[in-house]
Design a protein around this ligand. Structure first.
Ligand SMILES: [Zn+2]
Ligand SMILES: [Zn+2]
Length: 206
């Protein structure tokens, strides 16, 4: 499917000729693409949950309560199109080379599959990037659809206060030894339940 974009995207000004972009250029552009898509996707995802339109488009994806890898593609065609605009946003702004675009689409597809995987694998990016969403974060969205709208990173859910239920649930699991999930917000002590945890320890210490 990716390579079928060759014809259509060359008509939009993309190219495959040399010089090829360097690995560093591809790397930093993909970081920027992910940041742009993450912010766009957060708000589009919240919009798709607006009760006026939810039943027409996004409810299909939420028929799945316990995601598996293929669930990432189980979406309404309108959702594919609207979310896809965010995927193309970065490439249209920052590159005209199809190699960069194809690497980005591969990364984006793997990210979408990973967050629907249903397994928090030991070497997953959640272990390496301290603000990566991953399957634990997105699984919770399928359980409680009114929180955790982010897919790439955890930042916007925290900024806009849409991950409070998730953090509370993880905190309860954490203190009972059933969860090791954490992110940069947890590690910096910025989530409210972390402060509660600290005050609980202080009380126990007294
Ligand atoms: Zn999902
Ligand atoms: Zn949703």
């Amino acid at each position: 499917m990716m390579f079928s974009t060759h014809t259509s995207f060359t008509q939009l000004g993309f190219r495959t000729d040399t010089p090829l972009p360097t690995a560093w250029t591809i790397f930093w552009k993909i970081i920027v693409f992910a940041i742009l898509e993450d912010f766009y996707n957060y708000w589009i995802h919240r919009l798709l949950h607006w009760k006026v339109i939810y039943k027409y488009v996004h409810r299909l994806h939420h028929e799945i309560a316990t995601p598996i890898a293929f669930s990432s593609e189980y979406v309404h065609p309108i959702e594919t199109f609207v979310v896809g605009l965010g995927t193309f946003l970065g490439p249209f702004l920052l590159t005209r080379h199809l190699l960069t675009f194809w690497v980005w689409i591969a990364v984006r597809t793997m990210q979408s599959v990973e967050c629907h995987l249903g397994y928090d694998l030991p070497l997953s990016l959640t272990s390496w990037i301290p603000f990566w969403g991953g399957p634990v974060h997105h699984d919770f969205h399928h359980i409680k659809p009114d929180c955790n709208y982010s897919t790439f990173f955890t930042i916007w859910d925290w900024v806009f206060g849409t991950d409070i239920k998730f953090r509370e649930a993880q905190h309860i699991k954490y203190i009972t030894g059933k969860s090791s999930w954490s992110d940069i917000i947890y590690k910096l002590g910025l989530a409210s339940y972390v402060n509660n945890s600290q005050s609980e320890k202080e009380k126990k210490g007294n």
